[in-house]
Design a protein around this ligand. Structure first.
Ligand code: SF4
Length: 684
């Protein structure tokens, strides 16, 4: 019998409602959920095909153990005993910090909560992180410093009230198609659209002004816009006076950014910068959308603080149609952060260094103490593995062999480990390097909650059984804890029981429970008690930190600039029908057929200089490695800039990218590195 189960799309952070069609134990299709407030009866190509990878023949169905370089199938008892014994042995010999854990933005809130609890309460380390480190760590750091909360300030539907939408560093149509739909709807009712992006994106077609800045020049661009606003007297004096601090320091820095200087740094004509600044400042309500084009820089935190400066300067925070809206990439990256799958904070962003918070959480968890030292971030874990300081890693639902910068170095680090366990739904490029692989259930095969980019906590529902012996991640963690001898800390028999514990230690989720979350719209945090309706807009009366803080941010160059050996700038991104490391979309025929292979986008002027034609094979090399890839000659990038989507393992952009870190957020500079390009052979 065909049934339709209401659940949430497993791809991007928009969090669209899906009706998953199931028949005879198989997922056979999807339908948009018409009552759902994000999707409003629509889905993008990924949502329409979200069922396709679920029953793929490559799904892992039994635990695997590597013997003499080859995998063999094992029982759960054998695999979990091996994992437990190895973790105990390494912890006993080298201490808990010799172990590192990667949680997953694909897993539910309940699972992320358990994974970080396992790292802290069972292993005894804060070495727990996840892919937010590679996408929005700088958002969390920058907005926390400016506002006291690192999350999206407004709601997706709220774009319907914006008079101006400024999109910077977000290819919204490719990554968050149903948010791009809201932008187009806003344009149709008369809102002005400003786009700033080093690569021409589809939304440029509806832009009133397009600023094609040089990769890594965002702070200069934003400072230039702020100088225009101040020179025209368009700052919101009342808002600045009543709700902010640090304005005088900002003013001093801004005066160093006259438009001729900004034009030189950014490559954007001064007149366009002025036009954009005036549109943004003169609109009644201006909203900013941004994503990884802003965050994945060694200046990522500076970029985000600059965006916060611009919004506060014009009073565009705390009102409908305004705000700062970081678009989170993965379905549950917001939730994984909320759940404390980060090395410096417990659930609810409570610092691990705060003795009072530590004691409170230890009491709820029933342990004597918790580690107080901030743990390692994603890139630091790999560096420590490479140096022999981290000896074991437990990776759940992440694929650093495609997603992380400088893949050659990642491989060397993972191969240097004494023990690697990977828990996933497919044998990913990373899982292939593991000593033990634990097969897990996917989104359609378990209960739980995801938190979307606008802080909306929504239930997902089990539509079918997991294949073979694979199990939901939460069950695997509980079972592993039992085998390790810590079963009493993980007595859970259902995700709702886990949720009831996590809300006790996550103040933003305190008023939520499964019954309240049963409604199609879920609840937006903060939701401090059970009578609270949730919070669509943050910072309405005052900022979470009290006053909003301006930061005087000066432009710094990217960590790697072009030179005679590597004369081009490479920037990376996405295409609409693929997702992240391709683990799911490349096993979904309808999606993979749309974009089956990688390409490097080259400006026609550069292509002609280099003797490259559309479809030719070229070699792209950086200081870290080289790949062979097909050329796509296109004027969407300007001369001197190349673009490669990062989804494709066989010619992975991240072989080339620079692991240089933002000093505060420790996010790597995935968006700028210096490369060389040359023709290799002609296409057939
Ligand atoms: Fe899924 Fe995002 Fe597409 Fe919505 S916009 S259907 S959440 S991929």
């Amino acid at each position: 019998m065909l049934s339709f189960i209401p659940t949430i799309c497993p791809y991007c952070g928009a969090g669209c409602g899906i009706l998953l069609a199931a028949k005879d134990g198989n997922a056979v299709g999807t339908m948009p959920w018409s009552r759902h407030q994000i999707s409003e009866g629509r889905l993008c190509i990924k949502g329409w095909n979200a069922h396709q990878f679920i029953g793929h023949q490559d799904r892992l169905k039994k635990p695997l153990i590597k013997d003499n370089g080859s995998f063999r199938e094992a029982t759960w008892d054998e695999a979990l005993n091996l994992v437990a014994n190895k973790l105990k042995e390494i912890k006993g010999k080298d201490g808990p910090d010799a172990i590192a854990v990667l949680s997953s933005a694909k897993c539910t809130n309940e699972e992320n909560y358990l994974i970080q609890k396992f790292a802290r309460a069972v292993i005894g380390t804060n070495n727990v992180d996840h892919c937010a480190r590679l996408c929005h760590a700088s958002t969390v750091a920058g907005l926390l410093a400016a506002f006291g909360s690192g999350a999206m300030t407004n709601s997706i539907a709220d774009l319907g009230q914006a008079d101006c939408i400024f999109i910077i560093g977000s290819d919204t149509t490719s990554q968050h198609p149903l948010i791009a739909r809201r932008v187009i709807m806003a344009k149709e009712r008369g809102a002005k659209i400003i786009i700033a992006d080093p690569k021409g994106i589809q939304l440029c077609n509806v832009a009133d002004v397009y600023l094609q800045q040089n990769p890594g020049s965002d702070v200069a661009l934003l400072n230039g816009m702020m100088k225009v606003i101040i020179d025209h007297g368009l700052e919101d004096k009342e808002f600045i006076q009543e709700r902010t601090e640090g304005f005088q320091e900002l003013l001093q820095t801004i005066h160093d950014y006259p438009l001729d200087k900004v034009e030189r740094i950014t490559g954007v004509p001064a007149a366009d910068i002025e036009k954009a600044a005036l549109i943004y400042a003169e609109a009644k309500s201006s909203a900013i959308l941004f994503a990884m084009g802003i965050t994945q820089h060694s200046t990522g935190t500076d970029n985000v603080m600059s965006i916060a400066n611009l919004a506060m300067l014009t009073g565009n925070v705390g009102r409908a149609g305004s705000g700062i809206n970081p678009l989170r990439g993965q379905n549950n990256v917001q939730g994984a952060c909320d759940m404390g799958a980060l090395p410096n904070v417990f659930p609810g962003y409570q610092a691990v260094t705060d003795a009072e918070k530590r004691a409170k959480i230890a009491e709820v968890w029933g342990v004597a103490e918790l580690p107080s030292q901030v743990g390692l971030t994603v890139v630091e874990m790999i560096n420590a593995a490479s140096e022999g300081k981290v000896k074991a890693m437990y990776i759940t639902g992440e694929n650093p062999m495609v997603s992380d910068p400088d893949i050659g170095h990642v491989k060397q680090g993972l191969e240097n480990l004494q023990f690697l366990v990977v828990q996933d739904i497919f044998l990913t490029e990373t899982a292939k390097l593991a000593d033990v692989v634990l097969p897990s259930a996917c989104w359609a095969e378990k209960e739980g909650t995801f938190t979307n980019t606008e802080r909306r906590v929504q239930r997902i529902r089990r539509a079918i059984d997991p294949p073979g012996e694979s199990r939901p991640d939460w069950e695997i963690v509980c079972e592993l804890a039992r085998v390790v001898g810590a079963g009493q800390l993980f007595p859970f028999t259902s995700p709702s029981e886990i949720f009831d514990e996590l809300r006790k230690v996550t103040p933003q989720y305190a008023g939520m429970n499964y019954e309240r979350l049963n409604q199609p719209d879920g609840l937006q945090w903060p939701c401090p008690d059970e009578s609270h309706p949730g919070t669509p807009i943050l910072h309405t009366k005052q900022f979470t930190r009290g006053k909003g803080k301006f930061h005087a941010v000066a432009y710094r160059e990217p960590a790697e600039e072009p030179d005679s050996q590597y004369p081009y700038i490479l920037t990376t991104g996405r295409v609409m029908s693929q997702f992240h490391t391709g683990t799911m979309t490349r096993r979904s025929p309808a999606l993979n057929n749309e974009f089956p292979e990688a390409f490097v986008e080259v400006n026609p002027e550069d292509a002609s200089k280099l003797g490259i034609e559309d479809g030719d094979w070229v070699e792209v090399a950086s200081r870290r490695g080289k790949i062979e890839i097909k050329a796509l000659v296109s004027d969407k990038v300007k001369p001197g800039v190349l673009f490669i989507p990062f989804h494709f393992a066989e010619c992975a952009a991240n072989v080339l990218t620079n692991p240089a870190l933002d000093p505060i957020a420790k996010i790597p500079e995935l968006k700028v590195c210096a490369v060389a390009i040359q023709a290799t052979k002609q296409s057939k």
